[in-house]
Ligand binder design. Structure first.
Ligand SMILES: [Zn+2]
Length: 552
């Protein structure tokens, strides 16, 4: 039984939206909860009610079953019971007992495994009340997200997963030990090698994370302080991860000029530390380096042919998003905190060199757009070049001003459409968002947090035929499960956890854009998480049916 707290409004929303049987039980719980609230004087009461829905028998009837293997679809019925896929019936071999508490007609619809987002940055918002339901992922068909990416996020997995258990979550969460955050905790944001004692302390944190149920470790080798770790240091941590059967996922050291060296380093780390390697958000960044994904993919394929496990993921957009500072300054120039950087940019003796570096780096990027910037909210969604022109300034001076005030997040158009299409067809590339759970506000973040999966399937596969739908669905389900060695999710087969999506191929499409990044997708009709309905006929139920997934 999965116990958690749920607020009154969430419970009401859930009951109203699902209209499932067992209403009597729910009403009883609601009455108890109301008393609890009166006594405690709070809107939140301990409730333990997840099990009741999970016990439901649900039949998804007559849909086209894409099972996550990449094989051709077939028409059949999927029976879900006790949070598991209990049986799959076909015309030749119908369900033995098709009676159910609820039967959902899936004629003309796609039935697929719930999507697994290998690359997610929800470490902070997934524990927050307004975003923990993961709605912007459920509405893309995503039932599991992987946090701790790019070397950043929660170091103490026990505390983190404890909070998720306690408060409830709308999607399942897998975690990676974030090596950058580990380094920061032990050494701070300094650019030097660790002492023997410091390395030991980092190894201990990685060991604790793996024992706590992490599925691997991530690095972010352009970020502070992850960038200051050399190959040997990473190998000495990755060896521990490998002993626990985990993976090494990396935002590699370079995605433009040094892409090939960076891929080679990731492969070397996997070989020396004896563990699977995963290249996060695989791309060639910067006009001068477009096309670089081809030789980089050959390097990966060579390693795969030699028996190494090497994979990658991708978000299907030509823009990336990260901090403005990371886009325009080297990791050496960014040592320390944002405040330290701001101070250096205000120092007349240091500014000219930094300014020159920024000016050089913004040339490679087609357009840099501000996601959100506290001091001047009116700049959100605007391009640096446009702001500069309107104010009669040089773009580099606008960037310097922003960084002098603590920096901002930005969206940058650095990729080439042809490269994006090439990468998504590779059979070892999974779909992943690089986004986070969020709700609408005044900022203009990258639309990938709302549209990655529906864009890949609806736009690139169904509408444009860039890759077969069965392969596109596999890249969102079976493949990421295989990459993580997540043994009971990612496929539609008997015994797997009941994470299932039902999609309408006629309307499936992303709606979020760079101008309107908070638009939910179309065409995701039903989403079940651990056997409970999270999206019911296109509407969110508010169910917090997810759970942290601990590697055993
Ligand atoms: Zn990254």
């Amino acid at each position: 039984m999965h116990c958690y707290r749920r607020s009154r409004s969430e419970r009401i929303g859930f009951l109203a939206a699902t209209q499932l049987p067992r209403i009597r039980t729910s009403k009883f719980i609601f009455a108890v909860a109301t008393v609890g609230m009166a006594v405690a004087g709070t809107l939140v009461s301990p409730i333990c009610e997840a099990g009741q829905d999970a016990a439901q028998r649900i039949v998804l009837k007559g849909g086209s079953i894409y099972d996550g293997t990449g094989g051709k679809p077939y028409v059949g019925d999927v029976l879900l019971e006790d949070g598991r896929i209990a049986a799959i019936g076909t015309a030749d071999k119908p369900l033995a007992n098709p009676n159910a508490d609820r039967t959902i007609d899936c004629t003309g619809l796609i039935v697929a495994p719930g999507f697994i987002d290998l690359h997610n940055h929800s470490d902070t918002p997934i524990v927050q009340k307004e975003t923990r339901d993961g709605r912007n992922y459920l509405t893309q068909g995503c039932t599991t997200i992987v946090t701790g990416n790019c070397g950043g996020g929660q170091v103490d997995i026990g505390k983190y997963f404890g909070e998720l258990d306690e408060n409830g979550i709308g999607v399942n969460v897998v975690h990676l030990v974030p090596a950058g955050a580990v380094r920061n905790r032990v050494m701070g944001a300094v650019n030097r090698p660790p002492s023997a004692e410091e390395l030991q302390r980092m190894q201990k944190l990685v060991e604790d994370g793996m024992q706590g149920g992490a599925y691997g470790m991530s690095t972010g080798l352009i970020y502070v302080p992850g960038a200051y770790a050399d190959t040997d240091e990473i190998v000495s941590l990755a060896e521990i991860v490998g002993k626990h059967g985990g993976i090494y996922a990396s935002h590699i050291r370079g995605e433009g000029k040094t892409l090939l060296d960076a891929v080679a380093e990731a492969i070397e780390i996997g070989r020396r530390a004896n563990l699977p390697v995963h290249v996060s958000h695989f791309k060639a960044s910067g006009k001068a380096y477009w096309g670089g994904v081809r030789p980089a993919s050959q390097l990966i394929e060579k390693a795969r042919a030699a028996g190494q496990t090497v994979t990658a993921d991708q978000y299907p957009y030509t823009a990336s998003s990260t901090s403005l500072a990371a886009m325009v300054l080297s990791s050496e120039a960014r040592e320390g905190s944002n405040a330290d950087l701001a101070k250096r940019l205000k120092d007349e003796t240091k500014l000219p060199e930094l300014r020159e570096q920024i000016a050089k780096n913004i040339i490679d990027r087609v357009r840099i757009q501000i996601a959100s910037y506290g001091p001047k909210p009116q700049w959100s969604g605007k391009a640096i070049a446009d702001i500069a022109e309107a104010e009669g300034r040089e773009p580099v001076d606008v960037v310097v001003e922003i960084l002098q005030n603590g920096g901002c997040a930005a969206v940058s158009f650095t990729m080439n459409e042809e490269d994006v299409r090439f990468v998504m067809q590779l059979p070892w590339v999974a779909t992943a968002s690089d986004g986070a759970v969020k709700v609408a506000n005044n900022s203009k973040p990258h639309p990938r947090s709302y549209g990655t999966f529906t864009r890949k399937l609806g736009r690139y596969s169904i509408q444009e035929g860039v890759l077969p739908l069965e392969q596109a669905i596999r890249s969102c389900s079976g493949l990421p499960a295989d990459i993580l060695s997540l043994s009971d999710r990612g496929y539609l087969k008997t015994g797997q956890a009941a994470d299932v999506v039902v999609l309408d191929p006629k309307t499936l499409m992303d709606k979020a854009t760079y101008e309107e990044p908070f638009e939910h997708s179309d065409g995701v009709r039903y989403v079940l998480v651990n056997g409970r309905i999270a999206i019911d006929d296109g509407k969110s139920t508010g169910a917090l049916a997810g759970k942290p997934l601990r590697k055993k």
